[in-house]
Design a protein around this ligand. Structure first.
Ligand SMILES: *Cc1c(COP(=O)(O)O)cnc(C)c1O
Length: 567
């Protein structure tokens, strides 16, 4: 760590580094951005590699029926990044495809810089089709996706070499999209003494394994890319000649997860439970876990940042010190929260005519609209929900999040939230806020009273938006899955959604989950909000002190450094 220059190359298909740079789709990209920000704060010699995604993820439009439409985003790369002038090529379907690297510099809170390289094929020397290869994040078909992965994995390593990075100590694959980098490293290693993949020995793989780190992020099968072998042959050329061998191919497919697993010396899931689930899924590999976090300074909204600056100076450099939030006077916590709450309610009222009331309990739900996240679980029994609002206390619910353009079920889910919102009318005010991005994520997570998460266990690998809420004193009400199994101390840091006395479910029962959610709302949360403010403030304080101080990328980076980078 003492010699100069980057030592860790962190590869991710999406990196959310700035809310105006639309190169992320959800939690994976948000995490990558936060991780890099912490590397810069902590002076970890890292660099990032991703694609430029010149047309972004997408610009979300919701029509009058609640149906999502996607428009390309037009953003000007030059406004945010500088051209390194460095070029490299990859071979795709026998054609040379030229790449350039844009550089974005992330400065840490002590001025240390971590560069992030955004790869771009939109160059005049490429064919029209090749120029579009770095346009759309998760756009197009499997063929387009494979070409993008060639650019990220193989092109990424070549660009780094062209930039003069020859002493990299670790290559960290943030999800399997970058797995092809392992083959490029093998190729480089063999080429040193003029050998080819045909002469490969087991020790050669060891040389690459020592350099590689792989983080798997989801137990959802669609999250593990697989490509038909004939497509591989077509795009990469003869697969044997590029090192693709049997153990990583399953049923005539190249599985990018297996490729990364077989060529990494350190593998981890993103929460303790997810580590367990991953060990069951990939039983022949040694899989550890490092629980995700969020970048504290990025996600603490202004009112709490000022409060922490006064009571816990140094919290930005030392996130553990947020533990001392326990001694911040309750009245100040409440006041800071009201500032954040006013901001999001004014936004929802002025942008979407939500008609929300600042004195009413406000529940927030925002994340990708993937069906396993079950945004509509709270609407399972509308009569019961109405009854609770009428008999126990009023509440209003705020939703946001994009569905993947090809995910019809996800779009139907948005539409359902939209329609139910209309049907509930004034009984339970509902608003769906379009254009979910990191700015809106911060405003919502900080400004609502309760952060709701209702995934179908065990599919939520970690989840991070509840950590953003916790840093702002907003407790979670969540299914016990992902990070919440670790973060939930019942009635102290928030609440679990489960039948009292039952262990966290393995398989989910929608009806039971909804019932448990209603019971918590009815018996605990509404009475606390309307009748026991000091009790609520106590929980808000513990959300910051116990969860904010731990579920951050500073702690997470320390664990990667100790276990994966410089053990
Ligand atoms: C934090 C964040 C997420 C992750 O949300 P989860 O609840 O963990 O799924 C997704 N999208 C954006 C824009 C975020 O900032």
């Amino acid at each position: 760590m003492l010699t100069t220059g980057p030592k860790i190359a962190y590869f991710s298909m999406e990196i959310g580094i700035d809310s105006e740079i639309p190169t992320y789709a959800g939690g994976l990209g948000a995490l990558a951005g936060d991780f890099i920000r912490s590397a810069a704060d902590m002076r970890v010699p890292m660099l990032g590699v991703t694609l430029a995604h010149r047309r972004g993820y997408f610009f979300q439009q919701i029509d009058a029926t609640g149906w999502q439409k996607e428009d390309p985003v037009h953003w000007i790369v030059e406004d945010y990044m500088t051209d390194t002038g460095v070029r490299a090529t990859v071979t795709i379907e026998g054609r040379e495809v030229h790449l350039r690297a844009w550089k974005y510099e992330v400065s840490g809170n002590s001025g240390f810089v971590v560069p992030v390289y955004f790869l771009d094929t939109d160059l005049p020397e490429n064919s029209e089709w090749d120029r579009t290869l770095t346009h759309y994040l998760y756009g197009g078909d499997v063929h387009y996706r494979l070409c993008q992965e060639v650019i990220l994995g193989i092109g990424g390593v070549r660009i780094l070499r062209a930039l003069g990075c020859h002493n990299l100590h670790r290559f960290h694959m943030n999800e399997g999209h970058a797995s092809l980098l392992t083959l490029e490293l093998l190729q480089e290693h063999l080429q040193k003494d003029n050998r080819s993949f045909m002469d490969m020995e087991p020790e050669d793989k060891e040389v690459v394994r020592r350099q590689c780190v792989f983080t798997t992020h989801t137990p959802v099968p669609a999250g593990h890319d697989q490509f038909p072998l004939d497509l591989i042959d077509r795009v990469l050329g003869d697969r044997k000649a590029c090192g693709i061998h049997d153990p990583i191919c399953h049923e005539d497919r190249l599985n990018m997860t297996f490729l990364a697993l077989s060529l990494s010396h350190y593998i981890n899931g993103v929460a303790k439970k997810h580590g367990e689930v991953s060990r069951l899924m990939f039983s022949s590999y040694d899989i550890d876990s490092i629980t995700n976090g969020v970048h504290a300074e990025t996600w603490v909204a202004e009112p709490f940042a000022q409060l922490f600056d006064r009571h816990i100076p140094g919290w930005r450099q030392d996130n553990f010190s947020l533990r001392y939030a326990l001694s911040i006077p309750g009245a100040e916590i409440w006041k800071a929260h009201q500032h954040s709450k006013n901001a999001i309610i004014e936004y929802a009222n002025s942008e979407e005519n939500a008609g929300f009331d600042k004195d009413v309990l406000t529940i927030g739900f925002a994340r990708r609209f993937a069906t396993y996240k079950r945004a509509d679980l709270i609407f399972e029994d509308l009569e019961r929900l109405r009854e609770i609002a009428r008999d126990v206390g009023k509440f209003q619910i705020m939703f946001a999040g994009k569905a993947h353009p090809q995910d019809q079920d996800g779009k139907l889910l948005i539409q359902r939230v939209f329609e139910i919102g209309k049907a509930l009318g004034d009984d339970i005010p509902i608003v769906y806020l379009p254009h979910y991005n990191s700015d809106l994520a911060r405003m919502m997570a900080a400004g609502v009273d309760i952060w709701l998460n209702t995934p179908q266990p065990p599919l939520e690998a970690s989840g991070t938006s509840g950590m953003k809420a916790a840093l702002n004193g907003v407790p979670s009400l969540s299914i016990l899955d992902g990070w919440w199994i670790e973060g939930c101390i019942e009635g102290v840091t928030g609440w679990s959604i489960r039948v009292d006395g039952e262990a966290p479910q393995e398989a989910s029962d929608r009806g039971k989950d909804a019932d448990a959610l209603y019971t918590k709302l009815e018996q605990i949360i509404l009475p606390l909000f309307y009748e026991n403010r000091n009790g609520l403030i106590e929980i808000m304080r513990h959300a910051i002190a116990l969860n904010g101080s731990f579920f951050n990328t500073q702690r997470m980076m320390q664990q990667y450094v100790l276990k994966a980078y410089f053990p």
